[in-house]
Design a protein around this ligand. Structure first.
Ligand SMILES: Cc1cc2nc3c(=O)[nH]c(=O)nc-3n(C[C@H](O)[C@H](O)[C@H](O)COP(=O)(O)O)c2cc1C
Length: 353
């Protein structure tokens, strides 16, 4: 179980502070994983090696990227996680402040306890992440709330982030129950805990088209998280959605989903728009590999939670700033002057098996 999420920073300290049950939830090994299995998302990224390009006379590298109509300082952001105050007394706020200092995007789970308005007051570069489940007026209400808080956009998670069967939740821990017991309400819920939503929502492209038209009216960019099948990717442009997030939700419900790194070439072939990579990003170099595979930006989650638990805002800032420095150096050595110039030609022909 220790390395299921890949090597995390501050691993021992984080485990000590969280205690075994909560640490297991963060790591999130699913019931169908092999004992002591490694994180396939991270492993598949590690299989790629980069090709430096020399004598290109590049004077500098511009790491900035455009996504969702906004410019970010580097192709890196922090992804969504539920139950922020369980991990730190200030919840997401230290991460929001670190992201503001670095001008990197932050996704906020609708299962966050800290009010959205408070987080957006600290930093407006936030995307509200909603579960594509339940009735449409609830989603519309939350999108309007995000627009009122001047959030930067919306992420709709279309692959369920929860397991429907009690006891099969990631790491065998129910964050909803933990929050409910403490009387804590989350952004998307009408009562303490998290909103009870169907695990198999039965949504189709009609619902996505409806939500994307609604979000467009409010000038909120919309991204779909959890796209891995090329046929799904092919249908995205007709739905009005602005970008997709290649993600298996960190293999938290099943260890057997394909990995984003594995699917990127096919997704790139079938979808012309922006693709965000999520899952297994554990260094700035992983971000460069993702950019070579065609990702506009990569999201990271568990390393940031680990840093938050162990050292608050400064630890999160130092972690992300270190990765941004790595992205700058490695892409410079690839001989490019902008991140968008990275492409599969910078990857050694055959990934290691
Ligand atoms: C503790 C925890 C809670 C999470 N909660 C959510 C959530 O509420 N919504 C969501 O879309 N993904 C959620 N995720 C999944 C992450 O956003 C991300 O997809 C996954 O952790 C893979 O990234 P990583 O390998 O960098 O951690 C959660 C992940 C963790 C570790």
């Amino acid at each position: 179980m220790h390395n299921y999420a890949g090597m995390l920073p501050f691993q021992l300290e984080t485990r000590q502070r969280l205690g075994d049950a909560l640490y297991r939830y963060m790591v999130g090994q699913p019931a169908d994983a092999q004992l002591a299995a490694a994180d396939a998302n991270s492993q598949d990224l590690q299989r790629y090696r980069l090709l430096p390009r020399v004598m290109r006379a590049t004077k500098g590298i511009d790491t900035r990227v455009m996504l969702g109509g906004q410019r970010w300082a580097a192709p890196l952001g922090v992804g969504a996680f539920a139950g922020d105050v369980i991990f730190h007394p200030e919840g997401l706020l230290p991460i929001a402040r670190a992201c503001k200092r670095l001008q990197l995007p932050l996704a906020i789970s609708e299962e966050t306890v800290t009010p959205l308005a408070e987080i957006c007051d600290a930093y407006q570069g936030c995307w509200l992440q909603l579960r594509a489940a339940g009735d449409l007026p609830r989603i519309e209400r939350l999108i309007r709330h995000a627009a009122d808080c001047q959030a930067a956009g919306i992420i709709l998670t279309v692959l369920a982030p929860v397991h429907p069967v009690a006891g099969l939740q990631p790491g065998g821990y129910s964050i909803g129950e933990a929050l409910q017991q403490q009387g804590l309400r989350t952004i998307g819920a009408s009562a303490p805990g998290v909103e009870t939503l169907p695990a198999f929502p039965g949504w189709g492209w009609n619902e996505i088209r409806h939500i994307s038209a609604f979000a467009a009216q409010l000038k909120m960019p919309l991204m779909l998280k959890g796209i891995l099948h090329p046929e799904d990717a092919r249908q995205v442009p007709e739905s009005g959605v602005d970008a997709i997030i290649a993600s298996n939700i960190g293999l938290r419900q099943s260890a057997r989903w394909a990995t984003p790194a594995q699917q990127m070439p096919q997704l790139r072939q079938h979808y012309p728009g922006d693709i965000v990579m999520d899952g297994g990003i554990r260094s700035g170099t992983d971000v460069v590999v993702a950019a070579c595979l065609g990702a506009t930006l990569s999201l990271t989650v568990r390393p940031v939670i680990s840093a938050l638990v162990a050292g608050g805002e400064e630890a999160v800032f130092n972690l992300l700033a270190g990765w941004v420095n790595e992205i700058t150096a490695i892409s410079h050595w690839c001989g490019v002057s902008a991140i968008s110039e990275l492409n599969p030609s910078f990857l050694a022909a055959e990934p290691l098996s």
